[in-house]
Design a protein around this ligand. Sequence first.
Ligand SMILES: Nc1ncnc2c1ncn2[C@@H]1O[C@H](COP(=O)(O)OP(=O)(O)OP(=O)(O)O)[C@@H](O)[C@H]1O
Ligand SMILES: [Mg+2]
Length: 224
Amino acid sequence: MEQGRAMLLKVEQVEKSYQSGAARVAVLRGIDLALAAGETVALTGESGSGKSTCLHLCAGLDRADAGRIAVAGQDLSGASDATLARLRRDTVGLVFQQFNLIPSLTVAANLAFQARLSGRHDADWAARLADRLGLSALLDRYPEQLSGGQQQRVAIGRTLAARPALILADEPTGNLDEATGDSVLDLMLELVAETGAGLLMVTHSTRLAARLNRQVHLRGGRLA
Ligand SMILES: Nc1ncnc2c1ncn2[C@@H]1O[C@H](COP(=O)(O)OP(=O)(O)OP(=O)(O)O)[C@@H](O)[C@H]1O
Ligand SMILES: [Mg+2]
């Protein structure tokens, strides 16, 4: 393996544009980012600057137009759809800006969903997470019976339950009050410290961003 063995995420000169009517709009114009195991990075930038696009590319949900992305040593550029699906199942945990809970499953089943897929379901760990996220009394409910903040906490729990090596979180505390947001971030940082995972987190909160190891800012399609 190449020298950056501990490098969990490596983004090099990645470009991405979208078709908008007749025009092509460049969203990412060559971004570079490296994230080591155990490292936490805040991704900031104004609305529409491409933060979610960047996360989706790193999760293998979409493909870059140019450049290279490697996750845990796996190059995503030439990877097959099956390989990308396996990467999302086994290595990457994405907390979406929209929570993407499964409406027909209870909170408990939503929480366990990702972990079951990856073969890492652990009932004790799931219960501990539910407790820490304040969801223990809601386990039998369905997503439509939850507030936005409660749904967001289920989405975070679902990702953390699977203990992913790389956590990509898109404004994971955007719907939470300050105290709840703080304790959710505590939980994510504890997991990173415990498991040596890496965290790339989009946030608009400078206060939360300051609690991570490093901050990168997306502007004009470039990262600074
Ligand atoms: N599938 C798509 N097709 C066309 N344009 C898209 C698509 N996805 C995103 N865009 C455009 O790309 C730009 C970046 O979008 P993105 O969702 O990455 O921004 P963001 O930084 O996450 O913003 P926000 O803070 O509002 O979530 C926006 O101008 C958006 O309209
Ligand atoms: Mg976004």
